[in-house]
Every structure is written in structure tokens, then in C-alpha cells.
Design a protein around this ligand. Structure first.
Ligand code: SF4
Ligand code: SF4
Length: 354
């Protein structure tokens, strides 16, 4: 395949949080040498920096390697030119996200913070209007909230996430004209789910086991909270088992995301030195989601929800902004694309070995 040089690529990338320092790279290859995740056929981040410098936009959009990086920051720490290769990979993942998104909304939100904030306000106003139509009664609001969550999950999965994954597949496999053996699709599907839920490749990054455990507990907490509220109606259940599981998963979410917020604020780790607004939105909203759900259930148990409905109301606004804006168009998608990138990368290897 022939690739065209695009001189505007550098300018385009700058809008996704990339720091200009990456242009100081003189291709010593140190970053690739220290990265625990590079393999014989998968060499990054230097190769990606080279392709960005050359402006190979069409080639880069078919590349899944940026998703294989877990931003441990080791490459940035050891770069003799302080070119921040780890941050370039992170910014590049944001750029790829907007390439996969068929709606163009992710592009708008990544490039314009005011547009994103206006969308957040519109969603909050929508929930307030619904509250007015329900006379701010706890039972009616909770019934609405329960149905709303369920329909948003189905709608976002079918209308946004699935088409975007198909676009990713088109870029990575079909556009590269790879002939993947049918068996490879099946044999790699188990590892797709393992990577989706455990992000186990992160363990290859030396000395970062605690961060991986934190990630895993957040994923367990988040998915557990989703299942328990959407399918077991946690806020209205009388089942003691469901109630206590809900408390545990809710606590996992807000305790560990609070730790992430602290780490990002301290900027001590290489991976939290630079934060795009989408990084902040992700951790803060996840924290609020877990905390407001937890307090709501405490109020239900104490029989005090009717007089403190504002807590559930905030929870509903957070859920709506999370489900309608952050999950389909924000950093949440990275969780999905990373697992599929590993899957597509395995398919690519299978096609090349054929
Ligand atoms: S980013 Fe830094 S370590 Fe990597 S090749 Fe460039 S100069 Fe070397
Ligand atoms: S941040 Fe870590 S995983 Fe990512 S390219 Fe650098 S060394 Fe590799």
C-alpha cells in the first residue's frame, strides 16, 4: 500500500493534547528498547514517532500499536531528548478514537471543551425537566432512572460502539487487505474477553502491579455496579445479598477512583504529568457515579431518600452525562478499543504468518 505524506498531521495532533517535545526525537531507539511491551514484530513507540514526523496519516490510522501501550511512562523517563514518547502515544490514542467514531461528535468534544461542557449542561437540564414532570417524587424518579439506564446502555452499544468497532476493524484489517484465517477469529476470542476485563498485558510493565490491581478493582466495581443497578434494580431491591454486593462494588468504584484523582493531581508519576480535560472528566465522573450511588442506597435503607432526593437527582445527572457523553465519545472507549486492538493485532499476526 502507498502512503501519502500529510503535512497538517502535526497540527491536527496538537489539538489532542500532544506536546511539541516529540519533534525533538532523534530516533536513538532507547524508548523501544526499554518498553516491556514491544515485540519482534511490534515495535513502538519510535516507529510511530517516525510515521508522525513523516506525516503518514493513512498508515497511522490503520495502526493499532498505540493501543498496546499502557502508559507506564518508562520510555519518557529514559528519553535523552525529553521527547515524551509515552505522552505522544496517549495523545495518539485520542486521535485514533475520533477516527473510529462515525458520528464526528468525539472529534468535536476532543477539540472543543466549550462544546463538551455545553452538551453536559444540556443533559443536566434534560434531567431537571424530567424531574419537574415527575414532581420530584422519589419512586417515580427512581423508576425512570432504572429504565433510562437500561435503554441508554442498549442504544449506545448498538448505535455508537458497535459501528465504531466495525470501523476500527475496517481500518486495521480490511484496509490493510489482510487475509485472516477464519480459525484465528475464534481462537483469539477468549483472549479478547480476558484482555477486556483484566487488561493483563499491563502486568508486563515492570514494577506497576499495584496500579494494575487498582485498575482491575475499578473495572470489577464499575461492571458490578452496572449489573446490580440495571439488572437487579439495586436502589429498590429488598434482597440483602444484592444490597450488600451493591455496597461493595459501589465502594470499590469511588475509593479507587479517588486515589486516581489524587495521583493525577500530584503529577508525580510520568503518566499523570499531562492531563487532557477528557482524562479529568473520566476519573471525576466515575468517582461521582460510585459515591452518589452509594449514598443513595444508604438513604434508601435509612428511609430518608424522599427528604434527600437531591442526592439521587445528582446521581441521575451524573449517570446521564456519563452514559450519553463520556461512554460513547470520551475516554471510556479506550477500555474497549484497547482490548479489540490486541485482538486485531493477533489477527494481523495470524494473517501475516499464513
Ligand atoms: S523518543 Fe526519545 S528515546 Fe525514543 S527514539 Fe526518540 S529520542 Fe530516542
Ligand atoms: S509508556 Fe510504557 S508501555 Fe507505553 S510505549 Fe512507553 S514504555 Fe512502552
Amino acid at each position: 500500500m502507498r502512503y501519502r505524506v500529510n503535512p497538517d498531521l502535526k497540527l491536527d495532533l496538537n489539538r489532542f493534547g500532544v506536546k511539541e517535545d516529540w519533534q525533538d526525537c532523534f530516533h536513538c531507539g532507547n524508548c523501544t528498547a526499554v518498553c516491556s511491551l514491544t515485540e519482534e514484530n511490534i515495535l513502538f513507540p519510535r516507529r510511530i514517532i517516525r510515521n508522525v514526523q513523516l506525516g503518514f496519516k493513512n498508515k497511522l490510522v490503520t495502526d493499532v500499536d498505540p493501543w498496546l501501550c499502557y502508559y507506564c511512562g518508562e520510555c519518557s523517563e529514559t528519553c535523552p531528548r525529553e521527547a515524551n514518547p509515552g505522552e505522544l502515544m496517549m495523545s495518539f490514542r485520542r486521535w485514533l478514537t475520533i477516527k473510529y467514531d462515525w458520528t464526528g461528535i468525539a472529534r468535536l468534544f476532543y477539540k472543543s471543551l466549550p462544546a463538551f461542557l455545553i452538551a453536559m449542561i444540556v443533559v443536566a437540564i434534560g434531567i431537571i425537566v424530567i424531574g419537574i414532570t415527575k414532581d420530584f417524587k422519589a419512586e417515580a424518579m427512581m423508576e425512570f432512572g432504572h429504565k433510562f439506564e437500561k435503554y441508554v446502555i442498549y442504544a449506545v452499544a448498538c448505535l455508537i460502539l458497535l459501528p465504531n468497532l466495525l470501523r476500527m476493524f475496517w481500518f486495521v484489517i480490511l484496509k490493510n487487505k489482510l487475509k485472516v484465517p477464519v480459525f484465528a477469529y475464534i481462537s483469539n476470542s477468549l483472549s479478547l474477553f480476558v484482555n477486556l476485563f483484566t487488561q493483563k498485558n499491563y502486568l508486563k510493565c515492570e514494577g506497576d502491579t499495584f496500579r494494575w490491581v487498582e485498575h482491575l478493582l475499578i473495572v470489577i466495581g464499575y461492571l458490578g455496579l452496572l449489573v446490580i443497578t440495571v439488572f437487579f434494580n439495586w436502589f429498590n431491591t429488598d434482597s440483602e445479598t444484592v444490597k450488600w454486593i451493591g455496597y461493595i462494588v459501589g465502594a470499590l468504584v469511588f475509593i479507587f477512583t479517588f486515589d486516581f484523582v489524587l495521583k493525577r493531581s500530584s503529577k508525580k508519576r510520568e503518566s499523570s504529568k499531562f492531563s487532557h480535560p477528557s482524562d479529568w472528566m473520566f476519573v471525576v465522573w466515575l468517582f461521582l457515579l460510585g459515591l452518589t450511588a452509594f449514598i443513595t442506597r444508604i438513604l434508601v435503607d435509612a428511609g430518608a431518600i424522599e427528604n434527600n432526593l437531591w442526592v439521587y437527582f445528582i446521581h441521575l445527572i451524573v449517570i446521564a452525562q456519563w452514559g450519553l457523553l463520556i461512554v460513547p465519545f470520551g475516554k471510556w472507549t479506550h477500555f474497549l478499543y484497547r482490548a479489540f486492538a490486541i485482538y486485531f493485532s493477533n489477527l494481523k499476526q495470524a494473517a501475516l504468518m499464513k
